[in-house]
Design a protein around this ligand. Structure first.
Ligand SMILES: [Zn+2]
Ligand SMILES: [Zn+2]
Length: 140
C-alpha cells in the first residue's frame, strides 16, 4: 500500500500534526512497507537524507502518540511501527531465525471468537506468532 503526498498531508492534518518534510517522508515509508519497520529500517528505507536519525525517531514517536502509527511488535526488544489504519487488526509473525516481523492476514485470528468477560480483550489482543519464516525454513 502506498499513499500520495496529498493523502499523507490529510492524514497528518486530521491528527492535528504539522506536515513537516521528515514527517511526510516517515509516513510514506510506513505506508509503503509491507511489514512493520524499526527505527533503523525506516532510516534504511529513507536512504540518504539531510535529517539525522534522532529527528526521524522523534517523528516516529509523534506519529505513534497521535495515533497515526502504532507499535506492531516489540520482538527482540525493538519497537516496530506500522500505520494504524489500513487493514485493521491483524496478527504478526516473528521469525526466531532472521528476526523479521511480518504482517499476516486479519482473517487468520478472526475465528478466535469468544463470549464473556475476555471477549473484548481477545479481540484487541496483540497476536504475535513465533517460529521460523518460510525463507529460514527453506534454508534449513
Ligand atoms: Zn526468518
Ligand atoms: Zn502489521
Amino acid at each position: 500500500m502506498s499513499i500520495t503526498d496529498d493523502e499523507a498531508r490529510t492524514l497528518l492534518r486530521e491528527s492535528a500534526l504539522r506536515a513537516t518534510a521528515p514527517r511526510l517522508a516517515v509516513l510514506r515509508v510506513l505506508a509503503e512497507a509491507p511489514n512493520p519497520l524499526s527505527h533503523t529500517e525506516v532510516l534504511e528505507c529513507l536512504g540518504k537524507t539531510d535529517w539525522d536519525p534522532a529527528t526521524i525517531y522523534r517523528n516516529l514517536i509523534k506519529l505513534r502518540d497521535a495515533g497515526v502509527a502504532l507499535v506492531a511488535s516489540h520482538a527482540h526488544g525493538m519497537d516496530r511501527y506500522e500505520l494504524a489504519h489500513g487493514d485493521g487488526h491483524h496478527p504478526h509473525f516473528v521469525c526466531e531465525g532472521c528476526g523479521r516481523v511480518a504482517c499476516l492476514p486479519a482473517g487468520l485470528t478472526a475465528s478466535m471468537s469468544m463470549e464473556g468477560p475476555w471477549a473484548t480483550s481477545i479481540q484487541n489482543a496483540m497476536v504475535q506468532l513465533r517460529g521460523e519464516c518460510p525463507d529460514c525454513l527453506a534454508k534449513a
